[in-house]
Design a protein around this ligand. Structure first.
Ligand code: AMP
Length: 218
């Protein structure tokens, strides 16, 4: 199963990516996670990415595409992969097409998680991430038992810089200008399936897997 997840920031791509990938036993590949790991390790890539991420802008294509090319060439993608947060521009989509063609592993399906803008702002502004284990909580929908402390590991929770209200607005603008056109791009190629990203995490995973099963049935 080779899948791309698309959807606005806050549609729940990260959460669903982990659940869907574990269902199919394929690696979830998140460019956002790769950038955040590089920021934590203070690499040169991390320093470059942080400037763009903190402003709510996209990291330039020439940086991002190379990372995905290297990642998809690793052995663990032999059984498939689930891309979360890539591609985000038409240029990235074109590059991905070339990468998978070179590897002989064409995409099976592009799944769009649909959610309204107001809901996105509510979700992102309440999101809190554990500094230690990376678990994501929500002050309203999934609060830890003690505010600011991770129930999983006792680590300190923090708000991502790119989840601050003005950055969220910028990320939504960037999404509608640069990423939303991918929905039409993949629809034209017969790869697109959409599902609404409203409901519990389990419900959305179930609907997503059903959509993927339907799409890959011949
Ligand atoms: P995410 O965790 O997917 O929401 O990504 C967080 C941030 O990382 C985005 O707002 C971008 O600044 C950057 N980023 C992640 N994936 C990409 C991508 N495919 N192209 C450009 N920037 C990206």
């Amino acid at each position: 199963m080779r899948v791309v997840l698309v959807g606005a920031p806050g549609a729940g791509k990260g959460t669903q990516a982990k659940h869907i990938a574990s269902h199919y036993e394929i690696p979830p590949i998140s460019t956002g996670d790769i950038f955040r790991a590089n920021i934590a390790e203070q690499t040169a890539l991390g320093k470059t990415a942080k400037r763009f991420m903190d402003a709510g802008d996209l990291v330039p294509d020439e940086v991002t595409i190379g990372i995905v090319r290297d990642r998809l060439a690793q052995d663990d993608t032999a059984s498939g992969f689930l891309l979360d947060g890539f591609p985000r521009t038409l240029a990235q989509a074109e590059a991905l097409g070339e990468i998978v063609a070179d590897l002989g592993t064409p995409l099976d399906v592009v799944l769009e998680l649909q959610v309204e803008d107001d809901e996105v702002v509510r979700r992102l502004s309440g999101r809190r991430t554990c500094r230690n284990c990376g678990h994501v909580w929500h002050v309203e929908f999934d609060p830890p038992s003690v505010a600011g402390v991770c129930d999983e590991c006792g680590g300190e929770l923090f708000q991502r810089d790119d989840d601050l209200p003005e950055t969220i607005r910028r990320r939504l603008e960037v999404y509608s200008e640069q990423t939303a056109p991918l929905v039409g791009y993949y629809a034209e190629r017969g790869l697109l399936r959409s599902t609404t990203a409203i409901g519990s995490v389990d419900e959305i995973t179930k609907r997503s897997v059903e959509a993927l099963e339907l799409a890959t049935q011949v």
